[in-house]
Design a protein. Structure first.
Length: 133
């Protein structure tokens, strides 16, 4: 009887594999965008010049920028240009071609939100119990 059960399980697995293999080729990825959308995306522009990839500003020591895969300390050289300024969003190189600003996230502008009403509303105060012990 154990032989019959094992034979039945093996046969079931093989049958399922044979049936599901053609079905997998027919099914598309439901998260994939339609073909027309993929064709409408233009090729990305080729980047020329240095690319700022990361900024590390430690508590102690000099800040470091990763430019084109190379670690450059503040005051250090990247090619013929010197890293003269480093903030959380930007690295500034000074070289033979002049001053060059490298943004960590080009195309994204940061805006500061100023809250005008800083007083707490009465609803934000915790409720007090009505009776005292």
């Amino acid at each position: 009887m154990a032989y019959c059960l094992t034979h039945w399980c093996t046969l079931t697995v093989l049958l399922f594999a044979a049936v599901s293999a053609p079905a997998q080729t027919l099914l598309n990825d439901p998260t994939r965008p339609p073909a027309g959308v993929l064709a409408a995306i233009p090729d990305t522009a080729v980047v020329t010049g240095p690319v700022l990839q990361s900024i590390v500003i430690p508590k102690k020591g000099k800040p470091i920028a990763v430019i084109g895969g190379q670690q450059v300390r503040l005051g250090g050289l990247y090619g013929e240009s010197r890293l003269v300024r480093l903030t959380e969003r930007e690295a500034v190189l000074d070289g033979p071609a002049g001053i060059e600003h490298l943004l960590l996230t080009p195309g994204i502008e940061k805006t500061n939100i100023i809250r005008k009403n800083l007083t707490k509303s009465p609803a934000a105060k915790p409720a007090q119990s009505g009776s005292k012990p």
